[in-house]
Design a protein around this ligand. Structure first.
Ligand code: AMP
Length: 126
C-alpha cells in the first residue's frame, strides 16, 4: 500500500525498527547520519537501501526540514556507499520514491542504489 508522504512520521515503520535493531539487517555502512543495508527483495544484482538516521517520512520531508549538516552527511553517505561497493566506474542508479504515484511503501526516507548490470530504461513502460 503506497504511503501518504504528507503524514507525520510513524515510529513503528520497518526502517525505524531496523535503525533501533529490532529487525535484523546486514549493516553494509553506518555513520552518524546514515545506515545502508541490502534490499530484502533485490531488483538488480546490487540493490542497497541508504536511509538517514533522522526521522523523515520522505525526500520532501527531509529536503524541507533537515538541517544542512544532516543533508550533507546523508548525501555524502550515499556517495560513500557506492564508492565503497566499487560502483563508480560501472555506474549506478539512485531512486527515492516519494508519495503515492511513486509507490513509496515504507514511510522513512530511503534512497535505492541499483547497480551490477545495465539497468535498462529509467521507468517501466506499460
Ligand atoms: P519503496 O517502494 O521505495 O518504499 O521501497 C521499499 C523497499 O524496502 C522495497 O524495495 C522492499 O523490498 C524494501 N524492504 C522492506 N522491508 C525490508 C527489510 N526488512 N529489509 C530490507 N529491505 C526491506
Amino acid at each position: 500500500m503506497p504511503v501518504d508522504a504528507t503524514l507525520p512520521y510513524d515510529d513503528g515503520n520497518v526502517f525505524a525498527r531496523i535503525l533501533r535493531g529490532e529487525i535484523p539487517a546486514t549493516r553494509l555502512y553506518e555513520d552518524e547520519w546514515a545506515l545502508a543495508f541490502p534490499d530484502i527483495d533485490p531488483q538488480a544484482p546490487t540493490h542497497i537501501l541508504v536511509i538517514p538516521k533522522g526521522a523523515y517520512v520522505s525526500w520532501d520531508d527531509f529536503s524541507a526540514h533537515a538541517p544542512a549538516e544532516e543533508i550533507a552527511g546523508f548525501v555524502r553517505a550515499v556517495g560513500t556507499v557506492a564508492r565503497a561497493a566499487g560502483l563508480v566506474e560501472s555506474g549506478y542508479r539512485l531512486l527515492a520514491n516519494t508519495g503515492p504515484h511513486s509507490h513509496q511503501e515504507v514511510p522513512h526516507l530511503h534512497v535505492h542504489l541499483f547497480a551490477g548490470a545495465p539497468l535498462g530504461p529509467m521507468l517501466a513502460r506499460d
